[in-house]
Write a protein that binds this ligand. Sequence first.
Ligand code: GLU
Length: 377
Amino acid sequence: MDRQAALARVRSAERIVIKIGSSLLLDPDGRGLDEAMLQRLAGQIMFLREESRQILLVSSGAVALGRTRLHALAKTKDSADGASLRTRQALSTIGQPLLMQRYAELFREKGIPVAQLLITARDFRNRRSYLNIGHTIESLIRSGALPIINENDAVSTAELQFGENDILSAACAALFRAGLLIILTSVEGFLDGAQLIPFLSQITAKERRLARGPEGPGSGGMAAKIRAGELCLASGSALAILPGREKNIIADFLAGKEKGTLIAGPGGGKLSARKRWILYSMAHGTIDVDAGAARALAERGSSLLAAGIRQVDGTFFPGDVVGIRGPEGEVGRGIVNYSSREVQELAGRKSEEHAGLFVRGTEIIHRDNLVLSRGGQ
Ligand code: GLU
């Protein structure tokens, strides 16, 4: 599949999630919000809504905006990135209401009420709250409001954090069943040196390595965006990484102009609602498997059996979501039928020889409850 064919499908997306990052939202001096950028963003959202598309906005900016207001905290330099998790949490509580206030004013002029949803990874782990977030978004969309989502930084803990809104936005795209996620960034797109990569239908070790490249201002934090791309490929949405400062960039992209990077798979086989949840639900632990088991899962559509399991990390119980890791990294995740202690006990054993131990069936994770991290389900 090429960009043209992928774009033809993406263009018809009724539901679009747009993510905008702090580097675009704050003015270049970092003194406050960039009003021109906000106007451009609002204009593009209005354009898409007028085309009868349903839009969800994921907006960063709370921490950065808080930093402009609370100088005492902003100067606390207690970790490599200049602000520890606690400082960032405190700054987000200052910046978030200011951010929402500005969005509310901006869209009030256009007759659109905005709604704030602050989400943590813990909310996504719990299936009931996950479904509730989905219901709330559906009601808001039906009523014509614009839902604006951010991570609830103030209550997130280090282990249970999306951390990057790029990942949160991919999770929201899956929950919202959006055909397209647009990440607006401060760079041209995904670059190989100075060369823009216009289209990717899969993400391999090469792209992952390239995305990890020299981070820092101007790189656009590409590693998280490419990870978001992988998640989108796995769940059946497309991702466009677009240069957010360009006027009418979204309309131009949808009209077929060669802008930004489009990441889209062959489509079709979209994941079921439950599998989308498994993909984004933070894992309670990890099961390490050998190369043979990793291949059987990725290539042959098998369930996870005990024989290929080497090791167990973390504490989990039947019904929890756990990650599956092969020698070359994460293979997938799924709902486990046994507790971490039981899996430890069963690891490496063949079910034919130890039938009595497999009280809940021979599958440690059944195929129906298993999602591959890199797509190709
Ligand atoms: N939630 C953070 C904020 O609003 C941003 C995280 C991110 O940009 O990835 O400031």
